[in-house]
Design a protein around this ligand. Structure first.
Ligand SMILES: [Zn+2]
Length: 251
């Protein structure tokens, strides 16, 4: 009886002591560290064509969706340039303020268009500070939630107003990607890009190919408010409203 009592007391004392350890001596580093590897390979890719100069502004604007006819596998959606309050919008979830702007700006769009924007904005193929983007699924499948598979090709037309002349410049844009990559997607994308460019050039307002000089994004203070449509551009060097194409008046 007195022995049992002693034992129990001893155990309790040991557990309470912070330096007490079952192992003796320092831990030995094994010769080879057994590591479990984790990796996620995201692959985003895209192509854009040369620009095509269009003769008129607002009339050419309404023609944009028709340039996807024959190539679009789904409904054609139009994404307008983002006003200044969304100038920080970025599809990167680790940056909550930018991500929130992006979601607020784009949650109304279809899963296909959102996927297209994530891919094409991530690789810098389009910039919604000045681009109007007309988009659809061009090839491949969507998953059960309606989002394109990694090898599905999305795309359409990106249009912006040339700073010098005020002409609308249209580019064909395609993109694809996600958790996987397939060898034939690139070739497929190139074929679709050619089809889109053919459609742009076939438009009644098309004047011909032109070098694309993309407008410079604003350096901070923001640009001008369009007197015609009220669009507040984040794009301080713009001479023409990114949304309606009318000349911006400088105060
Ligand atoms: Zn405007």
């Amino acid at each position: 009886m007195p022995l049992d009592f002693l034992k129990r007391k001893n155990t309790a004392g040991k557990a309470a002591h912070p330096t007490a350890s079952k192992t003796t001596g320092p831990a030995v580093l094994p010769e080879e560290v057994v590591a479990q590897d984790f990796v996620l390979k995201l692959y985003y890719a895209g192509k854009t064509s040369e620009g095509v100069r269009m003769t008129t502004g607002p009339q050419a604007m309404v023609e944009l969706p028709s340039m996807l006819v024959g190539l679009a596998q789904t409904e054609i959606e139009v994404v307008e340039p983002l006003p200044i309050e969304f100038s920080q919008a970025t599809p990167v979830i680790a940056r909550p303020s930018e991500a929130m702007q992006w979601i607020n700006a784009h949650h109304v769009h279809s899963p296909i268009t959102r996927h297209a924007l994530v891919v094409l904005e991530s690789i810098d193929a389009i910039d919604l500070a000045f681009d109007t983007f007309v988009c659809a699924l061009l090839d491949g499948e969507v998953d059960t939630s309606g989002y394109p598979e990694y090898n599905a090709v999305i795309g359409g037309i990106a249009a912006h107003w040339d700073e010098a002349t005020g002409d609308m410049i249209c580019r064909a844009v395609v993109g694809w990607g996600g958790r996987g990559v397939r060898g034939d997607t690139d070739r497929n994308g190139a074929k679709l890009l050619a089809g889109l460019l053919t459609n742009i050039l076939a438009n009644q307002y098309a004047m011909g190919l032109t070098a694309v000089e993309r407008p410079m994004p604003a350096a901070g203070r923001g640009g001008l408010v369009c007197a015609h449509c009220g669009f507040a551009s984040a794009h301080e060097r713009a001479f023409y409203c990114p949304k309606c194409g009318m000349r911006l008046l400088r105060g």
